[in-house]
Design a protein. Structure first.
Length: 153
């Protein structure tokens, strides 16, 4: 199996695992009469804020596959003969930007861990507000990287 195919399978498995585990938890909760998509989803004052944070995540997460495909296309372009040095540099910088945007999402997802309001409502609100800023920055970075890659592609 070539390296590109192995990488594609690994990224697909990683993305499926990252998003799939939350869906399985959500399905499990529905079976038992609970509706806890995240800790603040219990009618608490922070529920709407928590849902908005996840909405931003859910809007941008499908673009991770676009990042992978664009990156592979740019790598292919790099290997073509006759590509000018300045164009190669631009392509390499764009690949780096795509990698950085993808890594930003992975880091954010691993770190995202809101606490229930029952522990401290004010701290939960502050946490969710900070996470909203972070996930919006992740979204912006992904959108910019994709736009740049599509312009080259």
């Amino acid at each position: 199996m070539n390296t590109t195919l192995k990488t594609a399978l690994f990224v697909s498995a990683l993305l499926a695992g990252a998003c799939g585990s939350k869906n399985q938890e959500h399905d499990h909760d529905h079976e038992h009469g609970h509706d806890h998509e995240h800790p603040a989803a219990d009618g608490s004052p922070n529920q709407a804020l928590g849902e908005e944070v996840m909405k931003v995540h859910d809007e941008v997460m499908p673009r991770m596959n676009d990042i992978y495909k664009l990156k592979e296309g740019l790598k292919k372009k790099l290997s073509e003969t006759g590509v000018a040095d300045d164009k190669k540099k631009e392509i390499e910088q764009t690949i780096t930007q795509l990698d950085s945007a993808s890594d930003g999402m992975m880091v954010w997802m691993r770190a995202f861990n809101p606490q229930p309001d029952s522990l401290d409502e004010e701290k939960t609100r502050e946490y969710l507000e900070n996470e909203m800023e972070k996930v919006k920055k992740v979204q912006e970075n992904i959108q910019q990287a994709i736009a740049k890659a599509e312009a080259i592609h």
